[in-house]
Ligand binder design. Structure first.
Ligand code: PMP
Length: 441
């Protein structure tokens, strides 16, 4: 192999992924890797789903591509219809893109255009949370709270400020109820909007369950409802980024259903194409769409591959599988088993501070000291060692390290395919536990 592909790392070489078999990826040497993180919460149906493959063959035989400047397609229309049908209240339209960052870019631009068109042009600021990832393109990067990712590209394109995340393990005070903590955490948004001036703020963006930067941290009950009230009070749009936690990952098609919140916009991606095709979507309220339709009549955005029929066909088949094969109930059941297995194996471990998450979206936070919750020295790169040892043992898991505000441990994100069997849960937990113990030794 020539080896000219330029990947994330400029060091070392990677095994060559050759085949997929259910929850496993098999490399060119025949080694099998259990996909304990779905890549990064992508492969919700595993790697050889017959329904998606059949849908892709059918679409390919009929037509691969037609530009959306000229045509719509049955695949795209039916996908959008079904997403709207199952979306939270108020969502009325779908804008199809090719991935998560593109979805977030579209959300930010749609918010901006909406306020321009309704005569509130001063609303341009975005508020997000310090512990968040919203993508790597310049607008989405500006929204994300990850300082080290942002720093080298500053000044960023979108004026964003960041409040604290809802991070119960670290921030709930002793004796404080989760509900009281949720109110206190959400009220930071109110304070920030007032500080900036409500007439300048267009949107608040957050992940309902924080993924890559935090390791599956759900908001406490009531937090997102309070956030919704605060946004409404100040006329600010609420964008929920479900690129990672959406499409059934938490046991609900949209994670925010469990929080009882209807946002103005939702972004989804990863699990939408389940790895079979690159696709993302921005779901938006009818209110926003109608305002633009009644105004300029044209969302000033667009990408060549938006609404790609192959991608839409794959996503339609993914949605068929999730809804038709009762996979949401399966995610909840297997998620409980994964949680129980993790707690049984690692719950008492002196360096496992927190095990958390929803459905098949689970995180483990590692700490130097359980009582003080002090993280390990980031220079130790514990998360990277765990990833490497697990990979060696044939397990894919998604690690993250470093600190935010000096208060975050290394963590491991787990997001296995929804089809994971009980025996594979045991294999996952056994190999992960071996890797954690090995990396700490
Ligand atoms: N938002 C969230 C919450 C994500 O987790 C990601 C990807 N990790 C993105 C946006 C960006 O998606 P993509 O990598 O497909 O551009």
């Amino acid at each position: 192999m020539p080896g000219h592909v330029f990947g994330r790392s400029t060091k070392g070489t990677l095994p060559v992924a050759a085949r997929g078999d259910g929850c496993y990826i098999i490399d060119s040497a025949g080694k099998r890797y259990l996909d304990g993180s779905g890549g990064a919460a992508v492969s919700c149906l595993g790697h050889s789903d017959a329904g998606v493959r059949a849908a892709l063959h059918e679409q390919l035989d009929a037509l691969a591509f037609a530009h959306t400047g000229f045509f719509t397609s049955e695949a795209a229309e039916s996908l959008a219809d079904r997403l709207v049908e199952h979306a939270p209240e108020g969502i009325g339209r779908v804008y199809l893109v090719s991935g998560g960052s593109e979805g977030v870019e579209a959300a930010i631009k749609l918010a901006r255009q909406y306020f321009m068109e309704i005569g509130q042009p001063r609303r341009h600021r975005v508020i997000a949370r310090r512990q968040s990832y919203h993508g790597n393109t310049l607008g989405a990067l500006a929204a994300g709270g990850n300082e080290w990712r942002r720093a080298q590209f500053a000044p960023l394109l979108v004026e964003t400020s960041h409040i604290a995340p809802c991070y119960e393990y670290r921030d709930r005070l002793e004796g404080e109820t989760p509900e009281a903590y949720g109110r206190r955490a959400a009220d930071e948004l109110d304070a920030e909007i007032r500080r900036l001036g409500p007439e300048t703020v267009m949107a608040f963006i957050a992940e309902p369950v924080v993924g890559a930067t935090a390791g599956a941290v759900p908001a406490v009950p009531g937090y997102l409802r309070r956030i919704r009230e605060i946004c409404d009070r100040h006329g600010v749009l609420l964008i929920l980024d479900e690129v990672m936690c959406g499409m059934g990952r938490t046991g609900h098609l949209f994670a925010c259903e469990e929080d009882g919140v209807a946002p103005d916009m939702i972004t989804i991606a990863k699990g939408l194409g389940a790895g079979y095709q690159p696709i993302g979507a921005l779901l938006t309220s009818g209110k926003i769409y109608d305002a633009i339709a009644a105004g300029s009549g044209f969302f000033q955005h667009g990408h060549t591959y938006m609404g790609h029929p192959m991608a839409a066909a794959a996503a339609g088949a993914v949605l068929d599988a999730i809804l038709g094969r009762s996979l949401l109930a399966r995610v909840r059941a297997q998620g409980e088993k994964l949680d129980a297995a993790l707690r049984a194996e690692l719950g008492q471990h002196p360096h496992v501070g927190d095990i958390r998450g929803r459905g098949l979206f689970r995180g483990i936070e590692l700490v130097e000291d359980r009582d003080s919750k002090a993280p390990f020295d980031p220079a130790r790169k514990l998360h990277a060692k765990i990833k490497a040892m697990a990979f060696e043992a044939g397990l894919i898991c998604y690690p993250m390290g470093g600190t935010i505000d000096g208060q975050r441990g290394d963590h491991i994100l787990l997001a296995p395919p929804f089809i994971i069997e009980d025996a594979q849960i045991d294999e996952l937990v056994g190999k992960l536990s071996g890797a954690i113990k090995g990396a700490l030794a």
